[in-house]
Design a protein around this ligand. Structure first.
Ligand code: PBG
Length: 333
């Protein structure tokens, strides 16, 4: 008859059949919501390049967090926008810095119902916009930066973080943070490591969201990875696990699905994928112009991250997706 014995289309005929045999599912429990909190504002501020995302006040952040809890979203990742910046990013480790203030408020308002994950980096807090402390020649000094990261980790842990998320791509950052946390008795605070993080043009809108301009039109290629490389990502991932990472993350997500798949294959810790600001902006912009169906593309891209092997997906669509799924799984299509 010219057909293969096995008719593949049989199991695709109805939505119920497709649902029965789906190999992966996207659920609300997979989601983590990145949120921004800004010091010194009395109303939430829109972000031009991230439609629908805002810089929160502490109060509006707490309200949003409660809403996420009610939807069943298990985690939020928090970025701070300080009202003043300096050369070493002092605000990042200040006990009264915006993220520490926000963490304490979140914890007292929602208890343990949401996993609180502050991003651990300096770029939002430095006047030069780099993720670390500069040396005399203007390069980012690895080991001086590690000392700052240890201080930031301690401030975040004391303010109530469940997991801290070092994102600066300094060598040894996970080991440094683990050692500092343990020495201070914060054995229960875990590390979600940005392990494989490429120097990507897809972070553009995020830098608007946190008011970061890199001095002299510079970039982060001296510490973030070259997008050409896969083996290097595996080395980074393995190092972070060896240094004590509890969860590893790959970023950006859609352009790194091969890395997510490799991480899932090679490692036994949970793997997270970060659908970054540029991925969000591309979908929103195309949808606004009527070029594609936003809901369908969001579910398809997040579903692809799950299929690649992600256990956790960070996405600015977290609330929308949770509302859409109504606490269940992606609807049959
Ligand atoms: C660094 C950090 C960045 C992002 C998350 N953590 C910016 C960068 O590396 O330049 C980007 C996230 C996004 O684009 O959504 N603190």
């Amino acid at each position: 008859m010219g057909f293969p014995e096995r008719r593949m289309r049989r199991l695709r005929r109805t939505a119920a059949l497709r649902r029965l045999v789906a190999e992966t599912r996207l659920g609300v429990a997979d989601l983590a919501a990145p949120l921004f909190v800004r010091e010194g504002i009395s109303e939430p501020q829109p972000i031009a390049t991230l439609p629908g995302v805002v810089q929160h006040t502490v109060d509006s952040l707490v309200a949003e967090a409660k809403h996420l809890v009610s939807l069943g979203v298990p985690a939020l990742v928090l970025f701070g926008v300080p009202s003043s910046k300096d050369d070493v990013g002092s605000g990042a480790s200040d006990p009264d810095g915006i993220v520490q203030v926000a963490l304490r408020e979140l914890r007292s308002a929602i208890g343990d119902d949401l996993v609180l994950v502050p991003d651990l980096c300096l770029d939002e807090y430095t006047d030069h916009g780099h993720c670390g402390v500069l040396d005399r020649r203007g390069g980012v000094d690895n080991d001086t930066t590690l000392e700052r990261y240890a201080d930031v980790a301690l401030a975040q842990a004391a303010a109530g973080a469940d997991l801290v998320a070092p994102s600066g791509m300094m060598d040894g950052q996970v080991a440094t943070v683990r050692r500092a946390l343990d020495a201070a008795g914060h054995h229960e605070v875990g590390i979600l490591a940005y392990s494989a993080k490429y120097a990507s043009a897809l972070y553009g809108p995020f830098r608007d969201a946190v008011d970061v301009k890199i001095a002299g039109g510079g970039d982060r290629r001296g510490y973030q990875q070259d997008p050409s490389n896969l083996r290097e990502s595996l080395a980074e991932l393995r190092l972070d696990v060896a240094e004590g990472a509890d969860i590893v993350m790959v970023k950006p997500a859609l352009t790194s699905l091969d890395v997510v798949a490799a991480a899932r294959r090679e490692l036994d810790v949970p793997v997270a994928a970060y659908q970054v600001s540029g991925e969000y902006a591309m979908i929103c912009a195309a949808a606004e112009r009527g070029m594609l169906d936003k809901e369908a593309v969001v579910l398809e891209t997040l579903g692809a991250m799950k299929r690649a092997g992600a256990d956790v997906v960070l996405t600015y669509f977290a609330r929308e997706v949770a509302e859409l799924l109504g606490g269940g799984e992606a609807p049959p299509r």
